[in-house]
Ligand binder design. Structure first.
Ligand code: SAM
Ligand code: MD0
Ligand code: SF4
Length: 371
């Protein structure tokens, strides 16, 4: 007679299915996300690590982050940099500054440079993206690293120039795949257009990243739906970040959900999409939050920000930056402690090349999920 409880049997059956890479159903994903027994959550995380190791071994990718303009025309309810927030640090870095910072990041050992901005009205409202094109070219020349752009929603012709300029990644996070909740988060912004731009970038041959927020008003069913939407749309990198409530924003008073929910969500994403890139962002809990996110099955460390450049993070505008803790050497120390290692530059380039060569993939811009 089995000594396992009904819950344990159900959990083990789902984990076995994930290990065999039979796609998990909506119900199974929602069940995993609703677990609250720490022992069971530990089992999910163990299995997620096993799947990460299967695809990536002990090698972790590391991304440099340059938030080069913090001006924004939008009013996202969760964001410190929403247009009317007078508390947030506003700056625009010069082209020369960005190139120098990118070169320094490359020397420090990052595998990619992520060029991020608010929807800066000087660029978005004029439609003049020239400065960004030049930045992309100069950063590529100076670093010889893959480039990700995170410029917000841009027109199709701009996506074409990105592609032609050799941009590898377009990052655009939906935050949630529940349109009603989305309308409370990205105030006044089209849900369909955001999805569609990501889809267009993918169709053009760029790699794309999507992401969701945790603790922004969603329930487990919404989380499951979002994970399935990311799986079905074939994004190459998928993230989850806990909402960090920001002063003087509509969500300032929101109570954070316990972090274990984010670890669980990372682990479930790994089980649902074992071969994709899943970040552990330093932009939520800084360096001290890295171990648990890696233990949950993440395989990319994002938000490396060099000190002494007056650069900001997004959800943590200053945490750990000037102390030099959001740097490659600090990340490597943590990796060594848990038996992981930083990938080589060629490992990452090789992954990108192989991924781009993969032809037909499931997924389109409609994030319908068959329940
Ligand atoms: N302005 C561009 C945009 O919004 O797409 C680029 C910046 S983008 C990288 C900002 C992302 O950081 C958001 O999509 C959101 O997922 C995340 N973020 C922003 N504020 C946050 C907060 N307070 N807590 C957690 N994540 C946040
Ligand atoms: C990060 N704070 O890497 C950044 C940002 C944008 N592509 C990434 C959310 O975690
Ligand atoms: Fe602007 Fe991006 Fe912040 Fe929204 S999340 S307010 S688009 S910087």
């Amino acid at each position: 007679m089995s000594l396992l409880t009904m819950d344990q049997r159900r959990l083990e059956a789902i984990l076995n299915k994930a290990v065999a890479e039979h796609p998990l159903s909506y119900q199974e994903i929602a069940y995993l996300l609703s677990l609250d027994n720490p022992v069971y959550i530990g089992r999910v995380m163990d299995t997620a690590r096993q799947m990460r190791d299967k695809y990536f071994g002990d090698k972790i990718f590391i991304y440099g982050f340059i938030y080069f303009s913090t001006y924004c025309r939008n009013h996202c309810s969760f964001c410190f940099y929403r247009r009317t927030n007078e508390l947030s640090p506003r700056y625009r870095k010069t082209l020369e500054d960005v190139v120098t910072i990118a070169a320094g990041l490359a020397d420090s050992g990052v595998h990619l440079i992520d060029l991020t901005m608010g929807e800066d009205p000087v660029i978005h409202d004029t439609g003049n993206f020239e400065v960004l094109y030049e930045m992309i070219n100069r950063v590529r020349q100076a670093t010889d690293l893959p480039v990700m752009v995170s410029p917000g929603v841009v027109p199709d012709d701009v996506l074409h120039v990105f592609k032609d300029s050799g941009v590898d990644w377009y990052a655009l996070y939906q935050e949630t795949h529940n349109p009603k909740l989305y309308s409370k988060l990205r105030l006044g912004q089209s849900y369909e257009e955001r999805n569609y731009r990501r889809f267009t970038a993918k169709k053009l041959g760029m790699l794309v990243e999507d992401g969701i927020l945790l603790g922004a008003g969603e329930d487990c069913a919404d989380r499951a739906r979002s994970i399935l939407a990311m799986r079905h749309s074939g994004v190459h990198q998928a993230r989850v970040m806990s909402l960090v409530p920001q002063p003087r924003t509509p969500l300032a008073g929101r109570v954070m959900v316990p972090r274990i929910n984010e670890y669980l969500c990372i682990a479930v994403m790994r089980l649902a999409m074992p071969e994709r890139l899943i970040p552990a962002s330093l932009d939520v809990d800084g360096i001290k939050g890295l171990k648990m996110r890696l233990a949950a099955g993440a395989n990319v460390v994002t938000s490396i920000i060099p000190p002494s450049n007056s650069l900001a993070g997004v959800s943590q505008s200053s945490l750990d930056i000037e102390q030099g803790l959001r740097t490659v050497p600090e990340v490597k120390k943590i990796l060594a402690e848990i038996g992981l290692t930083a990938a080589g530059a060629d490992d990452y380039k090789g992954w990108i090349k192989a991924r781009k060569e993969k032809t037909v993939e499931l997924g389109d811009c409609r994030d319908q999920v068959v329940l």
